[in-house]
Design a protein around this ligand. Structure first.
Ligand code: MRU
Length: 362
């Protein structure tokens, strides 16, 4: 997608030099940093220099490639997988990516491993962009239907967190249908949930929509239900970090509350779910999905932003920033989900629905 008018992805390599956008500095600074070691990749994921399930998966693949370049032994391969898998627990794309790498090279001689994994990491980036583009095309068909009854009136879409292109390699998942619709000249507007505590909506979704020229308004995390009650939301699109084989969805904390409000107000609630974020081994999202708990003091107790003089400051609004709790994800049970938009089409949020699109997983 576009940054200052130029095409860009979140992660890439030039002749083996891997680089990422360090998302912690957006929207105030576009900072590019290299990933030279396994530890660089681990820290990039754990410290949320990269985030968003597909982008985490892409970074993990490059992390495996870099690790093999520095030490291609069997011990190093196992160590790289364990280290990366331990960097963040919730997004299944991470385990998927490292498993793909281990399966691809464990029977291959050490000297060839890095080369194979770099090729895989590049192909994964292209495949990820294609999957997200397909999700955008399928999601746009839902916006086309809404456009039929709205005439030329604006279509209001609500999204939570950032499931746009900076959460993937390119296009995004939940924002991809919006880009497709906007590019086709449709009259769309996005309600962007601020998404405390790390404000991925206010910082990242707003930034990428601004870069692309898509109309948007940032709202507090408490506003969505009210807007739905007043007919101001036509459809919700959100992302997923892990979707069970039965259609439960784990996504950024607060997604569940939006799904409840949408259900109560008959607003369609769609989850944009690339197949590498589906965990075919899990059945019950609430019981089985590991939920990341991050530092409450660091992320809830303190807020970072730019002041009126352009200086980045960290401030607290609380009497005691230590008295906080910070669960980073929640689970939306399938009964609240209108559909799952995958790269192969739109499925009911159920085992049968998913298996119709992915029969090879039966
Ligand atoms: O903690 P984050 O910023 O990694 O959480 C991101 C989300 O919850 C996204 O909605 C999800 O990863 C889908 S990204 C296409």
């Amino acid at each position: 997608m576009r940054v200052n008018g130029h095409g860009m992805r979140t992660i890439w390599d030039t002749d083996g030099v891997v680089e990422i956008i360090d998302q912690r500095f957006l929207p105030h600074e576009l900072k590019i940093i290299p990933l030279e070691t396994l530890e660089d990749a681990r820290a990039a994921i754990a410290d949320m220099k990269v985030r968003g399930a597909p982008c985490i998966g892409a970074t993990a693949m490059y992390g495996m490639a870099v690790a093999m370049r520095n030490d291609p032994s069997d011990a190093s391969l196992a160590q790289a997988q364990e280290t990366l898998n331990g960097s963040r627990p919730t997004a299944v794309n991470l385990e998927w990516a490292t498993r793909e790498c281990v399966e691809a090279v464990s029977d291959i001689s050490a000297s060839k491993r890095a080369d194979i994994l770099f090729k895989m990491a590049r192909k994964n980036c292209d495949d990820d962009a294609d999957m997200c583009s397909n999700i955008g095309d399928y999601g746009k068909t839902l916006l086309d239907e809404i456009a039929k009854y709205k005439g030329g009136d604006v279509i209001n879409i609500l999204t939570h967190c950032n499931a746009g292109w900076v959460a993937t390699v390119d296009w995004g998942t939940a924002i991809s249908p919006i880009y497709k619709a906007f590019n086709a000249g449709m009259n769309v507007h996005v309600w962007v949930d601020e998404t405390r505590p790390r404000s991925q909506g206010a910082r990242l979704t707003a930034w990428e929509l601004e870069q692309h020229g898509v109309p948007y308004t940032v709202i507090t995390d408490n506003s969505g239900g009210h807007l739905m009650q007043h007919g101001l939301v036509d459809i919700c699109f959100v992302g997923t970090d892990r979707t069970t084989a039965t259609g439960d969805v784990c996504n950024k904390i607060g997604t569940y509350l939006k799904a409840l409000a949408a259900f109560d107000n008959d607003v369609p609630f769609y989850v944009c779910a690339p197949s590498n974020s589906i965990d075919w081994d899990m059945q019950d999202g609430l019981k089985e999905i590991p939920i990341e708990v991050r530092s409450g003091e660091q992320e809830v107790g303190w807020i970072t932003g730019r002041d009126e003089d352009g200086i980045i400051r960290r401030v607290t609004t609380m009497p005691d920033p230590k008295k906080t709790r910070n669960d980073a994800f929640d689970v939306t049970p399938r009964k609240y989900i209108t559909g799952l938009i995958t790269e192969r089409g739109i499925a009911n949020a159920s085992r049968a629905g998913l298996l119709q699109l992915f029969p090879e997983k039966a």
